[in-house]
Design a protein around this ligand. Structure first.
Ligand SMILES: *[C@@H]1O[C@H](CO)[C@@H](O)[C@H](O)[C@H]1NC(C)=O
Ligand SMILES: *[C@@H]1O[C@H](CO)[C@@H](O)[C@H](O)[C@H]1NC(C)=O
Ligand SMILES: *[C@@H]1O[C@H](CO)[C@@H](O)[C@H](O)[C@H]1NC(C)=O
Ligand SMILES: *[C@@H]1O[C@H](CO)[C@@H](O)[C@H](O)[C@H]1NC(C)=O
Ligand SMILES: CC(=O)N[C@H]1CO[C@H](CO)[C@@H](O)[C@@H]1O
Length: 478
């Protein structure tokens, strides 16, 4: 059983002490040092992993080279000051959810292990809809999609059973990092990551053992669950100057940690608009999720800390819609023999929309559909001869992005949940004033900017907040 108590060294140290937060993302690794008293970021490094493996079998695989990810992680931590690393008093790890990799318990406690699979990521597309519908129905409020750990394991079971024979342990990439740091001979997984694999009941905190067993699933590959916010163990040796015996938190989900980094009150919601867009808030403590998956619902409930949940409206259509619009315009201009860079076009376009305060033109911008409604593609309506300027179209496009999000998570619903403030985050919001104006127009809550959702900072904060409740339960919503 992992040690549940936090070392007191963080509290009593005379030297400033730090918490190392690591995020193993889809494209990059981020490492931050959080000063434990002030909770401020003292240092931060990030490196691209460039670890994608080409899909040579034509099975729509999305895989990453695990050795490369680990090498990048080690290089990234190595960029932090040795001086500060020696005063790290705990380590938190978050990372990309849903994905799975396999390793071997016997060789498992070794960074240079030969028996380590590639990472099959959340973007993997090998499980077709017909394959997914051949799987048993999960006893969970979350449905199973391609790229989810359990679906991927089912796929190997059916198509390449010999592959699984080489491995005794499975987990997400962030779980693997924790296993390596602590020298564990198995995988410990929090509900945040377990729920992202499918076939996990978040109410009982258990895998769907009977259902999986009935389908011949290799049960020995299921990780052992520990509560989110608990420790997985202690570092088994010195690592980049961080002393052996440093407590390590069980790995968390990147989404929950990103939210944790900027959700400072139960009455806040987090709005993130970068490539895609998400609006999230913490449900009241007594909330229980529905009894079965609700694929047609625009709101999903992800386990947070303790028995609490985040309500999430995740739209596929965010900054990417504007990027597509800019591409379309530059494409047209090129065809017309006019050269203008995307950057200057973007700036001009935003300038025009700032002058056009509103428009009767209506753009429903869902060029990618939405998960709950994949075939509802984009539409432009209410077109009149006077509403066709670039300012009108851009204004309507930005308004449409927010209207779409508000249709998925109505402002009224936020109000009922007691949310009175929206924390705005993400690159598209940061660089686009029109989008910010539309947030304030579409939602009645007050909006604050400037806090950027960051998983590495979030996971360090989780560990830090645990220090205040050394003998207490898992961290509550701050
Ligand atoms: C999960 O387990 C709980 C407690 O055993 C049960 O009440 C619930 O119906 C199960 N299923 C879901 C989807 O929560
Ligand atoms: C990997 O594990 C299998 C099964 O335990 C073993 O037969 C094989 O030798 C291992 N390979 C390496 C490179 O360690
Ligand atoms: C914000 O969106 C980006 C991509 O669109 C994602 O990587 C990041 O995790 C999101 N953060 C939150 C808090 O949802
Ligand atoms: C369509 O445009 C007209 C005039 O420009 C406006 O009066 C009307 O409210 C618009 N309809 C919608 C649904 O926006
Ligand atoms: C906001 C805006 O400028 N709306 C104009 C759209 O076009 C109609 C005529 O078709 C005008 O009356 C509106 O003022």
């Amino acid at each position: 059983r992992p040690a549940l108590r936090m070392s007191r060294s963080c509290v009593t140290a005379i030297m400033p002490s730090y918490i190392l937060g690591l995020d193993v993302g889809t494209t990059s690794i981020k490492a931050v040092l959080l000063e434990s008293d002030s909770k401020s970021v003292a240092a931060s490094q990030s490196l691209a992993t460039a670890s994608d493996i080409a899909d040579s079998n034509g099975i729509k695989a999305k895989e990453q080279d695990t050795a490369r990810i680990l090498d990048t992680l080690n290089r990234c931590v190595g960029l932090l000051s040795k001086d500060k690393l020696q005063h790290v008093c705990s380590i938190g790890v978050s990372g990309q959810m849903h994905g799975v990799l396999f390793w071997n318990a016997k060789s498992g406690c070794d960074w240079s292990s030969g028996n380590l699979s590639q990472l099959i990521t959340w973007q993997d597309g090998r499980c077709s809809n017909s394959f997914l519908s051949s799987l048993p129905k999960p006893n969970s409020h979350l449905s199973v999609a391609t790229g989810f750990g359990c679906a991927t394991i089912f796929w190997y079971m059916k198509h390449r059973p010999e592959f699984l024979k080489d491995f005794t342990v499975a987990g997400t990439i962030q779980d693997y990092v924790v296993s390596m740091l602590c020298g564990l001979d198995r995988c410990l997984m929090t509900p945040q990551n377990a729920a992202s694999w499918g076939f996990y009941n978040t109410s009982s905190g258990q895998w769907n053992m009977d259902i999986l067993n009935g389908a011949g699933f290799p049960l020995h590959l299921l990780p052992q669950c520990v509560p989110s916010g608990e420790l997985a163990g202690h570092t088994r040796s010195d690592w980049h100057g961080i002393p052996a015996g440093t407590p390590v938190g069980a790995a968390l989900g990147d989404f929950q940690c990103a939210v944790y980094s900027c959700l400072s009150a139960q009455t806040d919601a987090v709005l993130n608009i970068s490539t895609s867009a998400q609006l999230t808030f913490a449900m009241p403590a007594d909330f229980k999720p529905p009894d079965s998956p609700q694929p047609e619902s625009s709101i999903a409930f992800f386990p947070y800390f303790g028995s609490s949940y985040l309500a999430v409206a995740a739209s596929l259509n965010g900054g990417n819609v504007l990027a597509t619009f800019v591409e379309m315009l530059t494409g047209w201009m090129k065809e017309l023999g006019v050269e203008l860079s995307e950057q200057s076009l973007y700036e001009k376009m935003i300038g025009c929309a700032l002058e056009q305060e509103s428009s009767d033109l209506t753009v429903s911008p869902t060029i990618l559909g939405e998960r709950h409604d994949p075939f509802a593609l984009a539409r432009v309506t209410n077109i009149s001869a006077c509403n066709l300027s670039l300012g009108h179209v851009t204004r309507a496009l930005c308004h449409g992005i927010l209207e779409n999000l508000a249709s998925m998570m109505p402002p009224e619903r936020l109000r009922q949940a007691g949310v009175n403030r929206i924390v705005g985050s993400g690159s598209a919001l940061a660089r686009n004033e029109v989008l910010r104006q539309e947030v304030e127009r579409v939602f009645s809550q007050s909006v604050v900017y400037g806090q950027n959702a960051d998983s590495a900072v979030g996971v360090a904060l989780v560990l830090c907040d645990r220090l205040g409740s050394i003998d207490g339960a898992s961290p509550v919503v701050k």
